[in-house]
Design a protein around this ligand. Sequence first.
Ligand code: FNR
Length: 418
Amino acid sequence: MFEARPSFLQPASAGDYRELARRRLPRQFFDYLDGGAYDEATMRNNVEDFRRVLLRQRVLRDISHINLKTEVLGQKLAMPVILGPVGLAGMFAPRGEVQAAQAAERAGVPFCESTVSICSLEEVRANTSAPFWYQLYVMRDRGYARELLQRAHAAGCPVLVFTVDLAVVGARYRDVRNGMTGISSPFGKLAKAWDFISHPGWSLSMAMRGKPLVFGNLVKAMPEAQSLPAFRAWVNAQFDPAVTWNDLAWLRENWPGKIVVKGILDPDDARTAASLGFDGVVVSNHGGRQLDGVPSSISALPPIVDAVGDRVEVLVDGGVRSGLDVVKALALGARACIIGRAWAYALAGAGGAGVAHVLQIMRKEMEVAMALTACTDLNEINQDILTSALPATGMKDAASAGIHGVAGSRVDYAEISK
Ligand code: FNR
């Protein structure tokens, strides 16, 4: 029942927080957080392709002052990182969304609340003072969607993240195996109970401080659906596969603030979003949780920056686990990175203090990456700080694209990823 202590005295990276999360969370919730769709190839490539982008080290420049401040969608940020929408975060730690939003506020970066959060918009608002963002899925019940938009506006959210890659739900095998999608056999119920009993730290803290499984923003929409299988059924019934670009005019009419479209992987879709007047796009494959076999986010980024980078702000998420990854994404044209699992692992492993720590770690890692690529300000980061890369998964083979791993040569990432 009691698990061995982790093999480190204190966590040093987002990966260490993943290990803490694995130990603390019941298997069902860890797999929900950690897993992806189908064989999880895209999820793995999201992380691995970052490793294939190589930084060009430069030395003996004055790097005594490094400035990470930036502006994203009209908001000043202490560094180019945003805590992205993660559904059910309030199941990873008691009042999880509030704890994460407070940590984000302390770090000077935005927190984005998911449609399917545990804490309501009003609870996050009441416990923070910085503006936070809101994420919306397309629902059949437009009346309820409008009500959510009004609540988000009343809570002072300046940015709406409109997620478009969940019109249908990808098959997440781990969730099926663990009974997240429903379980009926007595043996399954016993196994689930044991999963909770054998993680007493999480179970006790949730029993004492959480209000498990109330979807704060959806209570009125699905009063009968405050359990995971019922929630799944509600998602399947409510998320609207018939939505097209034409419906987005409705969104513009109902949201006075900025809107970014999240879930873009193709330059043509990015062009459409830009031409419809949206303020930004998030290059994203939903952290590899939707369609397996699509390109990693970092390999999809350069052609999208080429297509719309001069018209809208291009953000990216998927596989960002360190400040080094953030610097690489900025070098390939992103305005900022959204992180998902990196903050959620930390929340699960050590609550709000963990989220604050992971943000400090990422900040430090960005400073080091900038210092050793001789950048003192974010606007000095561009492709010049990259050197030749190994061919990345999801990218065209670099050799066949005429690119060879010669140290010091520049790589046309937009070219390889076409
Ligand atoms: C997500 N993501 C997500 N996205 C969204 O728009 N609304 C949501 O409710 C959720 N929920 C969610 C739950 C969990 C457990 C995960 C891991 C992710 C996707 C998220 O915003 C982001 O796109 C990915 O997490 C980015 O990939 P990394 O950083 O997790 O690799």
